[in-house]
Design a protein around this ligand. Sequence first.
Ligand SMILES: [Zn+2]
Length: 189
Amino acid sequence: MRILRLTKSGLPLAWVSREEAATLYVKGQVLWSIGDNPSSIYGGVNPLGERSCLTLSSIIACDGDTRKRNFVPALTNRLLFRRDDYRCMYCGYEFDESHHSGALTLTRDHIRPRVQGGRDVWTNVISACSRCNHHKGGRTPEQARMELLAIPFEPNVFEFMYLANRHIRGDQMQYLQARFSGQRYWQAA
Ligand SMILES: [Zn+2]
């Protein structure tokens, strides 16, 4: 299980391990926390034979953390394919997380192709099966007479954190989802 680490103003910063979270608690850096299901982590035994125990919340906000105002989420195929629900956004073919199915592979397609000056940014890329990508070639969807199933978008920081973790707990999902941009087209986990 990962703990969602926030800045003190509530912007997601990172997913951290329970051990990392425990260190933040011990150093007194946790300013506030939320979440329904706190978990316990046990430490060493003191000279009186008592075992120390820390209660960890699933969402913690820490002192000193900042997040740049203009957050630009890194564009990787892993996150892109997850944004697009492992689906070809031209023919709708569904992949699993291996990104392969028979002879087909899930690929990153530049909607406005790079040979036509298209940029490698979230709003110009979409998941496409290798067959559709090959068919489209160096053309725009209009030139290739292909239709997009969805409009690509750049994830905000809350959506980015959602995409970056496959195992999000209910209370964490609730926190992130309440701040989604509304452009998302995937199904809630
Ligand atoms: Zn396809």
